[in-house]
Design a protein around this ligand. Sequence first.
Ligand SMILES: N[C@@H](CCSC[C@H]1O[C@@H](n2cnc3c(=O)[nH]cnc32)[C@H](O)[C@@H]1O)C(=O)O
Ligand SMILES: [Zn+2]
Length: 434
Amino acid sequence: MTTLRIADGRVLRPDHTVERADVLVDQASGEILAVEPEGEGRASADDRLDAEGSLVIPGLVNAHTHVAMTLLRGYADDKPLDAWLQEDIWPVEAELTAEDVRAGARLGILEMIRSGTTAFADMYFFMPEVVAAVEESGMRALLGYGAITVGNDDEAAHQEMRDGLDFAEGYDGAADGRVSTAFMPHSLTTVGEDYLREYVPEAREAGIPIHFHANETAGEVDPLVADHDERPLEYADDIGMLADTSFLAHGVHTDRTEHELLAERDTAVIHCPASNMKLASGMAPVQAMRDRGVTVGLGTDGAASNNDLSLFDEMRDAAMLGKLAADDASAVAADAVVEMATQGGAEALGLASGRLEAGANADLAVLDLDQPHLTPDHDLVSHLTYAASGSDVRHTVCDGQVLMRDRTVQTLDEQAVLADARERAQALIDRAES
Ligand SMILES: N[C@@H](CCSC[C@H]1O[C@@H](n2cnc3c(=O)[nH]cnc32)[C@H](O)[C@@H]1O)C(=O)O
Ligand SMILES: [Zn+2]
């Protein structure tokens, strides 16, 4: 057994109390062996991370993104979803190569490691490239091929769905078990009903989790309601898309009936506040969902609609927007936000992460508290939501391995990743615009 001790810091426990303790990790199993308050055993460990003056938190979970969209960061801003996708994003994505996706995934993973994220859920193209980037970087991820049928002929549409299932079946458990997979039909409107009705039951029978975009904009909800004479999530439920292994992104335009259905089916919603604000999609009723017992996680969505992949920014946005949406300053409180960014996301993705306790995955981040914007420290949960940022993270650990030590990422060559991403992003835009 090789052990790692995260020593002399303060530790955020699953009940959100903070205590002075060491976290002892078994690097072989990738699990937390113990959270030991001062004065206990303190056997020596093979490796040590200094957490003096720091807060040890569970690694953050980015539960919905399109990681390689980092290449499109800042390329097209200030437009609503439909026009943004159709006029700007999809034409460029049509030119993407496997190598571009690898480069964009490396860039996004680098950004996430540097901001304390240890697991993410990704829906995109050329997914084996994302698997490879996850493998080399040491991150944990739930991955799926985003299948779209609109605009495709019948044969191509079937192929999209097949590709989605094949990827999910072929790559589950890759990267020493750090990769899990899901079947990811893009959304309730971009995949036709016949295809959903054929392939969703197949995924369910094979025990494959399902992830999709739903109820993101009013423009998408209204025609669904008109066509089916029921709410979009009732329609999704008829098809079998809601299950305890399913999770959906956005849920902005959802009503009480849908919240009750989500709670009953134990289907998680991934709230993406920055993307929802930037595309003016609307305000998700996060407090109402939580009140009904719906599991809520947090996601950045792609970097082109955010425009960064830091969960700290997402936490602050979730709190602020949640209050505005509920017209209630006590809504979506700091404690709820930290839970969403850790345990909520982990639960949605089916991971034993998101909490610092013996037996859980050794996925964690260490934040430097010795800074003006984190002083004084009346309430560290408040700081995590309202005051901290990704650059406060000193060390990042995933599956017991140190991915970043004293702000130096150990698993990726940072300058090479940036140079490659810059070059490929430029060439991609040149191809798309020529
Ligand atoms: N196989 C699909 C690819 C789907 S990947 C996921 C897609 O979601 C898109 N996307 C990014 N952000 C959002 C969002 O907020 N809502 C809906 N789609 C988005 C992204 O640009 C990408 O095209 C195809 O042939 O187009
Ligand atoms: Zn998305």
